[in-house]
Design a protein around this ligand. Structure first.
Ligand SMILES: Nc1ncnc2c1ncn2[C@@H]1O[C@H](COP(=O)(O)OP(=O)(O)OP(=O)(O)O)[C@@H](O)[C@H]1O
Length: 490
């Protein structure tokens, strides 16, 4: 977003790439002389607000929609170029984080002739996403094109703005922007399209997140499921509580279980329940602790930070060292492999947790026993959730999802219940069996096919179990024989 200031009662509207100008009707705002020493104390502002947008120019802030530029029109502009940083503006304008906006006057030469002040709301500020940008975007988008008095079909990507007379500057900078940011933040939260961030080394890449998973369709024991939902809800309503007990407002969940038991699906269900973004942190592609810090400190609040297969990420850098050593020299591999467990722990409950609010951390693993106890101790991982093989209760949820079987009674259910008690089948495998062919549901066909699968698996697993037991017995017997013969010799 940009604001420009100029000495005239007319409002100039231009796309950021051209100087095309346009007169707009004035918008009556109360006047104030000067705004702050930082901006331009002696500037006398005229008033007028207009808009340039992807589709619209309008005459007042309430008619504003998504725009490309903001112009403040100044009456007696004599300019020296200067750059007003966010922290400076922050004191006077919006109580927004320091990276939210910046004000730039045109460069020395141009600004001598040109009376524009440009206020920029970039989408990105370094590695940080500009929350004011999203808020303003949400606010402006919510003001429909139908309300605009004039329309202009142009948009400069990643730039948002309003058209204003400079007399309106104090109003704009002290209250209007604040109002827009507050309103926009509310709208943004309400209409937020969920995002999935994944890291390429130390940079987050964004994608829309549209996973349909929900707790309703998640197959697990209902009591356990309710416990997790209650925990999540208590967390998001816990701002005051966390403040009271002096703890950072974050919560850690450790999901463990065999492949296909629904760890990733549960994370998606959590995000959908809370309307949180997901940061999928691939630790093996983070070079070092510094990059890790950068990544973690640039996450939004109201988000879930996920490290999947944590057992393959931190301590297993050893594996990567071996692999990578084949290709690179020692120096390089040292640099590449310097994300450490202690680095990660530091960020979980050290510096990062102090600057991060309302964040959830989720670790997943297929091998709980492989994890360093320090990583999963209480207080770091507040809740451990075991995702188990499919129980009868979980099967009923899947039967409802896949076969529309809403009541718990079907003549084949008893048999399936008995089989499930003695068979280890993941929800993923079971769901696959119930999946309709060509989207035509055949309840009896699917249930019979499930029974066959379960019987086959049951036989196989029993055979495996006996073979394993026999092997163990033979080993024990052998040991006993050796020990027995040694004893008799002595
Ligand atoms: N508990 C469950 N409820 C509903 N569907 C499930 C469940 N578990 C698995 N599924 C189904 O199986 C598929 C695979 O599950 P998912 O990827 O969540 O398992 P995972 O435990 O994360 O596996 P991995 O450890 O291999 O990553 C999902 O797309 C989902 O359709």
């Amino acid at each position: 977003m940009k604001l420009l200031v100029r000495s005239s009662d007319s409002v100039l509207v231009r796309p950021s790439s051209s100087f095309e100008e346009k007169l707009l009707l004035p918008y009556p705002l109360s006047m104030e002389r000067g705004v702050s020493s930082v901006l331009r104390p002696s500037v006398c502002f005229s008033f007028l607000i207009g808009l340039l947008s992807c589709g619209a120019v309008s005459t007042g802030p309430e008619d504003a929609i998504e725009t490309t530029l903001v112009f403040l029109v100044d009456e007696d502009w004599t300019s020296t170029s200067y750059y007003v940083t966010i922290p400076q503006l922050y004191d006077f304008v919006v109580k927004a984080p320091p990276t939210h906006l910046s004000i730039r006057l045109s460069d020395h030469f141009t600004s001598f002739f040109s009376p524009y002040v440009e206020i920029n709301f970039p989408e990105l500020q370094g590695l940080q996403f500009n929350q004011a940008y999203s808020a303003i975007n949400a606010y402006l988008v919510s003001k429909g094109i139908d309300k605009a008095n004039r329309l202009r079909a142009s948009q400069v990507r990643d730039t948002k703005g309003l058209v204003l007379k400079t007399r309106a500057r104090s109003v704009i900078t002290t209250s209007y922007i604040q109002y827009v940011v507050e309103e926009g933040t509310l709208l943004h939260t309400k209409n937020k399209k969920m995002k999935l961030f994944s890291n390429e080394q130390s940079i987050w890449r964004i994608n829309d997140f549209e996973h349909p998973a929900s707790f309703q369709t998640f197959a697990m024991d209902p009591e356990k499921k309710q416990e997790i939902i209650d925990d999540l809800i208590a967390f998001i309503n816990g701002k005051e509580y966390y403040k009271k007990i002096g703890k950072a407002w974050k919560r850690g969940y450790l999901l463990y279980g065999s492949p296909g038991t629904g760890k990733s699906t549960m994370i998606a269900a959590m995000a959908n329940l809370l309307n949180y973004c997901i940061y999928d942190l691939e630790l093996t592609s983070v070079h070092n602790n510094l990059d890790l810090k950068k990544l973690l400190t640039t996450t939004f609040s109201r988000s879930i930070i996920v490290i999947e297969d944590i057992d393959c990420s931190v301590n297993l850098t050893g594996n990567r060292i071996q692999k990578d050593n084949l290709r690179m020299n020692e120096e390089q591999s040292k640099e590449v492999n310097s994300v450490t467990l202690s680095g990660l722990l530091n960020f979980i409950d050290g510096i990062w947790s102090a600057c991060g609010q309302e964040r959830i951390i989720v670790f997943t693993t297929n091998h709980l026993q492989k994890l360093d106890p320090a990583l999963i101790r209480r207080g770091r991982m507040d809740m451990r959730i075991e995702l188990s093989y499919c129980t009868y209760e979980a099967f009923k949820v899947l039967a409802k999802n896949y076969l529309d079987l809403c009541d718990d009674h079907h003549p084949l259910f008893e048999k399936i219940k008995t089989l499930l008690e003695g068979t280890m089948i993941t929800p993923a495998d079971l769901a696959e069996t119930l999946m309709a062919r060509n989207q035509i549901i055949d309840v009896d066909g699917s249930l019979n096919s499930l029974i066959q699968t379960l019987e086959r698996m049951n036989n196989y697993q029993r055979r495996q179990h006996y073979e394993h037991k026999e092997k163990q017995d033979r080993k024990k017997h052998k040991k006993y024989n050796i020990f027995g013969s040694l004893c008799s010799k002595s």
